[in-house]
Design a protein. Structure first.
Length: 262
């Protein structure tokens, strides 16, 4: 049976696994499902429909699953889905999706989300992402696996941030950030690629060299985007294990909608 503090309020229609812990004065509404091993801190509010997986640690005063801050929202049945082993720090606000998108705001697995982070409606987070304090993601933003977003950064609606990208502190992100790139500033600019992050994740020297080539093709050779894509595609087969990195880049460039940061 879940461990629920006597001051907490849990709706009878909420579903809590047996090893869930709920702290003082937390409020958990109908339509909320919480998996094994997850802890809910004091004064948290979780509204449904929201599904939270296993072994998450949600700190005090977080607000999860509230209605989207979208003037088009008319009470449609949308949801928030959070995966496993995420850390969600104080005062975070994650809103449900909207009918104008997939209807789901989604957080993957093993993410480290610091205090005061806002995830607006229909945000899609991958796995192993770091969002530093006060990072603010507007509606429909997509963030790839292993990305890092610095504190006090604002991300414009519909923007995409690729896997392994790094966004510096206090940046204004209004264009898509390709995988592996390091960007910062207002206006946003590319400052290289995330070489240290790739080393820490076990990328070989050859794969890092391949990412460096893609960076040069996109930003140092004066090529158009279409020319750069052709040159990147020609790198297939040049490095052991590197084709997945090439496909990650090409897939991102094919689907970006706001133009890549220059």
């Amino acid at each position: 049976m879940a461990i629920i503090h006597p001051t907490a309020i849990v709706d009878p229609k909420a579903e809590l696994a047996a090893s869930v812990s709920v702290g003082p004065y937390a409020v958990i509404g109908a339509g909320v499902r919480i998996g094994e091993g997850t802890t809910i801190g004091a004064h948290c509010t979780i509204e449904g429909p929201t599904t939270i997986g296993r072994d998450n640690r949600i700190f005090q005063f977080a607000s999860l699953g509230a209605a989207p801050q979208d003037m088009k929202y008319r009470g449609e049945p949308t949801e928030l889905v959070i995966g496993d082993r995420n850390t969600i720090r104080e005062f975070c606000t994650f809103n449900r999706g909207t009918a104008q998108d997939a209807g789901v705001t989604r957080v993957g697995h093993d993410n480290w989300i610091m205090a005061y982070v806002h995830l607006a409606h229909d945000v899609q987070l991958g796995d192993r992402i770091i969002l530093a304090n006060n990072a603010t993601l507007a509606g429909h933003v997509h963030v790839g696996d292993w990305a890092i977003i610095g504190g006090l950064t604002g991300v414009h609606q519909f923007t995409k941030i690729g896997a392994h990208a790094m966004v510096g502190f206090g940046s204004h992100v209004s264009q898509d950030v390709p995988p592996f790139m390091t960007v910062a500033g207002n206006p946003l600019a590319v400052h290289g690629f995330n070489v240290e992050g790739l080393r820490r994740r076990g990328f070989s020297a050859e794969r890092i060299g391949l990412v460096k080539q893609m960076h040069r093709l996109l930003y140092r050779r004066g090529l158009t985007l279409e020319q750069a894509k052709t040159e990147i595609a020609a790198l297939r087969g040049s490095v052991a294990g590197g084709d997945a990195d090439i496909e990650s880049m090409l897939g991102f460039l094919q689907t970006c909608t706001r133009g890549i940061v220059r």
